[in-house]
Design a protein around this ligand. Structure first.
Ligand SMILES: Nc1ncnc2c1ncn2[C@@H]1O[C@H](COP(=O)(O)OP(=O)(O)OP(=O)(O)O)[C@@H](O)[C@H]1O
Length: 259
């Protein structure tokens, strides 16, 4: 069975960086192959993983909608779309990546989201792990494989707004009736002492912190130099915290991990 890990939280709190460091952990632990999914139209999971994705689900669908696809004789439009979607998989030795990207024009992501979901349903049996970076709203995680997530990681930075967004997402998960097996609240860029206001907000919402990832200048430097976070050194503070967090998370499903 594939173990699915999904990230959520307010924009800019570090979801993408943490997703990359989780992929790094899985690769180092040889828990491969990993399917990385960038389901946030505003995220750049590819850059964090040190690759550059040009073909996204959004860009393929834009061509499909505008009838830009030349359909070979004897092939259905759906079969051609499937073929094109397969071309959007970025393959590397240890992980594959699919990216939702932006559709053309403003507005609704319902169609790309639905296509992404059924695409994931098809791909998932080929992987040991799926790591999915999401936008704050989780509406797209309903129906199909993505309805049931093994580990939902709710990321907040050290701000009252970040914590409130986590509270809102917890509510949303209930309303959407998503089947989340384990939920973890991650405090990113955590200082040594948590500000009493931030702590009070966690307390008010009845949320306990599952793991804290410290502020690590190296993450910013890698970002600045567009270096892959997969190459972060094992002794850096953030990597050590992520590795510890992942050991704790995966201890919840040892049988699947060893199978
Ligand atoms: N623990 C950390 N220490 C230092 N800098 C960090 C840390 N985590 C993330 N950052 C920096 O914070 C910024 C935002 O991080 P990131 O892009 O991962 O957030 P995000 O939640 O995915 O944002 P978005 O939703 O907008 O894509 C980046 O510049 C990143 O380098």
């Amino acid at each position: 069975m594939t173990i699915s890990i999904a990230m959520a939280g307010k924009g800019g709190t570090g979801k993408t960086s943490i997703a990359c460091l989780i992929v790094r952990y899985l690769i180092k632990q040889r828990r491969v192959p990993v399917l990385a999914v960038d389901a946030d139209p505003a995220a750049n999971l590819d850059l964090g993983l040190g690759v550059n994705v040009e073909k996204t689900i959004g860009s393929i669908l834009a061509g499909y909608n505008e009838n830009k696809l030349v359909i070979p004789p004897g092939m259905s439009k759906e079969a051609l779309l499937d073929l094109k979607l397969n071309e959007s998989i970025f393959e590397s030795q240890d992980f594959d990546l699919i990216t939702m990207g932006r559709g053309e024009g403003a507005g609704c992501y319902c169609f790309p989201n639905n296509v992404l979901k059924s695409f994931i349903d098809k791909l998932l049996p080929n992987y040991k792990f799926m790591v999915m970076d999401n936008e704050a709203g989780l509406e797209h995680l309903s129906r199909g494989t993505t309805e049931s997530i093994d580990h939902l990681l709710l990321v907040s930075n050290h701000s009252v707004k970040g914590v409130r967004t986590v509270g809102t997402i917890i509510q949303l998960v209930k309303e959407l009736r998503l089947n989340i097996k384990h939920r973890w609240v991650i405090l990113n860029q955590a200082p040594e002492t948590i500000d009493p206001l931030v702590e009070a907000e966690f307390g008010r919402l009845g949320i306990s912190i599952g793991a804290a990832i410290p502020e690590d200048r190296l993450i910013m430097e890698y970002d600045w130099h567009q270096r892959s976070l997969l190459d972060m050194p094992g002794d850096s503070a953030s990597v050590q915290a992520i590795d510890k967090m992942m050991n704790q998370i995966l201890s919840k499903n040892p049988s699947e991990v060893n199978s």
